[in-house]
Design a protein around this ligand. Structure first.
Ligand code: SAH
Ligand code: SF4
Ligand code: F3S
Length: 449
């Protein structure tokens, strides 16, 4: 078989990163091997994100660059996959005629067949953007073996039915669909057998696993799924992302006491600290309801580290609304957060809302929020000084320093322990001596675990 080189550039979220891995694995048996550089690749795939206008602009500016390369190497093939592909479809060919293939979020398993059609000389400009109601990721066994890695993501759901008024995801990823339990467990078992020690279960709203569009073979809810995955012998750490607070159940909260390998870190996107804004965002919870759930989580697991997502400058957000977000930040004192300026997205309800907030005001609010978050992150990190944490080794930060991660998802640096040989994926106890804003530093404690 003719060998060719493949370069996948991934934008956006973990879901897209996992899809890129799957695409790479699907193309491996067709003779595609990873290329070192995009410019020299036989096939370039842009796996795209459309969550904010800027993310989409990045894709089109890179496509403009690729056009230049393709002038000198016309045999180069270019595919666009992911959320921009789903959203724009056919329009991409009109705007960027050098693109050969546009494949939507639920059609990635068709990529090998579509490439074969191109190879056979069938016309360029092939489009596959249907959205299905069934779970479309192929069973893991059908894919070639993954390279050895110690932590992996497993997609457990696709799509989203929540229709937050600002969000493109329900349009770009389709209806919420839970993956059959047996497929998830098969994939998890295989990964652990291959040496994976940490698994993160992935979905836009994992809390509603098994509830919407349940497939017949999925009689369990998310808490039960966590218990089943956690029971796999050899798995050391279990995480999940992301959760809509409205669906955070008591059963799930209880998992943090019942499952000892479930890591005490919870990413719980709140978006705003104003009930008025939350209602217009269609989030279906209030600030008080959110705080009640946070309190329950902390009662259950006092050492849990919380993180969140925030949108500033949602249409109609007043100074007082924004103060509510600042107040919430000071109440919860998140260990970390991702904060964004509101961006109008095609087809979303909020794109047609009045009272758009001025760009300058958005920037000013974002700065205020991030400045306060930075202070809180530093103060939170300092709470770990003089404690000892279990750290899973991820690699070297520099030739003298190991880098690893705590169960709470903090990055930790430490010098090589005397006499001990450490490999990626090993766990070691580290005594924390210093806290910065982005990481903790310490030394290996006496006994290894
Ligand atoms: N499913 C996840 C979020 C996925 S999108 C959840 O519900 O929590 C990741 C984040 O991008 C969102 O949490 C939100 O903060 C941000 N985001 C989504 N749409 C946006 C928009 N139109 N403008 C700005 N930020 C947006
Ligand atoms: Fe978007 Fe809301 Fe669904 Fe998250 S829950 S993906 S923000 S619609
Ligand atoms: Fe972006 Fe699509 Fe993920 S819009 S955030 S790549 S689901």
């Amino acid at each position: 078989m003719k060998q060719r080189s493949l370069y996948i550039k991934t934008f956006g979220c973990q879901m897209n990163k996992r899809d890129s891995e799957i695409i790479e694995q699907l193309l491996f048996p067709c003779g595609f091997l990873p290329a070192a550089e995009m410019e020299a690749a036989d096939l370039v795939i842009l796996n795209t994100c459309s969550i904010r206008a800027k993310a989409e602009q990045k894709v089109f500016s890179l496509l403009g660059q690729i056009k230049q390369w393709k002038l000198s190497r016309p045999e180069m093939r270019v595919a666009v996959t992911g959320c921009v592909a789903q959203q724009e479809g056919e329009k991409i060919f009109r705007r960027m005629p050098h693109v050969d293939l546009v494949v939507g979020t639920q059609q990635i398993y068709r990529i090998p067949e579509l490439i074969r059609q191109l190879d056979a000389g069938e016309t360029s400009g092939r489009l596959a953007v249907d959205l299905d109601k069934k779970f479309t990721i192929p069973p893991y066994q059908a894919l070639s073996p993954a390279p050895h890695e110690f932590k992996k993501f497993i997609t457990i759901m696709q799509g989203c039915d929540n229709y937050c008024s600002y969000c493109v995801v329900p349009a770009t990823r389709g209806r919420e669909t839970s993956r059959p339990l047996a497929d998830i467990l098969d994939e998890a078992n295989l990964l652990v057998a291959q040496g994976v020690r940490e698994i993160t279960l992935l979905g836009q709203n994992v809390n509603s696993y098994g509830k919407t569009n349940p497939v017949a073979e999925t009689p369990v809810d998310f808490a039960a799924l966590l218990h089943k995955v956690a029971a796999i012998d050899g798995l050391e750490r279990l995480r999940f992302t992301t959760s809509n607070p409205k669906d955070l159940s008591d059963e799930l909260i209880r998992c943090f006491t019942e499952i000892n390998i479930l890591c005490p870190h919870f990413h719980l996107p709140v978006q705003s600290g104003s009930d008025r804004v939350l209602a217009r965002m269609n989030r279906k919870y209030t600030v008080a309801g959110y705080l009640e759930k946070v309190e329950k989580l902390l009662d259950c697991r006092p050492d849990i580290a919380l993180s969140t997502d925030i949108i500033v400058g949602f249409p109609g957000e007043s100074e007082q609304d924004f103060e509510g977000t600042m107040k919430l930040l000071d109440t919860v004192r998140y260990h970390g957060s991702f904060s964004f300026k509101y961006s109008d997205r095609p087809g979303t309800r909020s794109a047609s809302f009045d009272n758009k907030v001025d760009e300058k005001v958005k920037s000013e609010r974002l700065n205020r929020f991030q400045k306060r978050q930075n202070e809180i992150s530093l103060a939170r990190n300092k709470e770990y000084v003089n404690t000892t944490l279990d750290i899973m080794v991820e690699g070297m930060a520099d030739p003298q320093l190991f880098q690893g991660r705590s169960t709470t998802n903090h990055i930790v640096h430490f010098p090589p322990p005397a006499g001990g040989k450490l490999q990626e994926g090993d766990t070691i106890r580290v005594h924390i001596q210093h806290a910065g804003r982005h990481s903790l530093t310490g030394t290996a404690a006496e006994e290894e675990i």
